[in-house]
Design a protein. Sequence first.
Length: 419
Amino acid sequence: MMAGGTDTTGSGLRVADMVRSGSDQTAPIARAPGVWESRGVGNAYLLTTAEGNVLVNAGTLADARKGRERFAQVSAAPVQFIVLTQSHANQYGGLEVYKTPDNVVIAHHLYPQDRTYCEALSEHYRRGSRRIFGGITGRTEDMIPTCEVAPDLLIGDEGHRFELGGRRFEIIWTPGGETRSAVIVWLPDERIAIVGNLFGPLFGNQPNLNTLRGDKPRSALEFIASIKRVRALRPELLLTGHEAIEGVNHIENEVTRIIDAVQWMHDRTLEGMNEGRDLCSLMRDVRLPDKLSLTEEYGKVAWNVRAIWHEYSGWFDPARGTTELYGVPPSSIAPAIAELAGGAECLAERAQAFVNQGRPLEALHMLDIALTAAPGLAAARAVKRAALMLLDEQTGGTNLWERRWIAAALHELEETAPG
């Protein structure tokens, strides 16, 4: 909770704690014989063999600089292969630290396409990331590379297998992850699956099918299909981008619950669409049965209902009416509404009444009008702060994206205060 101020660290949230968990790490963590972990914004894994090593993900640029020193404590052998499980900066950001003329960087054939569109929208994506993660992951300069390192080997949808020093590796395409180029690394002899952020940063959490940062939407059914591929392997150890999950039965049971939960949510959303239900009512009403309940620190059921709706029907929401088809926003009539209401001050007073009734969202709707008509109105800004604080209190501050969005809104309110 923000406790009267703006949250800048995400303290108390597991995702934030995991991202920062490598800050004091001095040595790599042994997850299995010859499997070493360096923690960071995205974990990197060094897999050692008698003929050299395999690195799974480089982490961010700052992570990689620390990770190389940690891994040097357990092996002086060269890194022969680097596998990227997806095309986000916490996987590729530190490639330049590990890349040599003699090693091979492996990625899915869609990786260059993912990187191209991310660079085309780099300012958009980074602005969204800073809004949510700015106080958690650190400076952008510590995340992204100083130079682009292109993969040496692009694998097909059928995957890729290789052997090094008697250790077998399988790379499996899982397009339902956070990017279309997502893959997992499977060690069949040890029954270890290194899955990156296929499940998101938290295992057993609601996936985030469309983030507030502004990513491309992710398909619910592709997510399910990819998770089923992991279940079919029956791993004994699951290494994610932030966690280690052990036990074949435990993993199978939890993965099955995730599959069933997302499938149930998908099916209920489509049923509602076919019944003619509107999007907002489905966001309010679709709730998972207790036996399929997943934690909601990263994704949320309501947001995924919205993502599924838009996956199938696109950007147009009929419930919003004809004006949705045109570039004239509701804010264009805010001054007229304020005038009819007797002025922005009257709207601010009504918004305060909503806050007093415990209805912060209704208050924020009202304040959007008031502050569009009179951006500097101190009374309206004060009520907006109170509404945001109440919303944070009501939601419990347990979802990272929601909490950080509210914190950013409060910060912007303070930054734009007149005088």
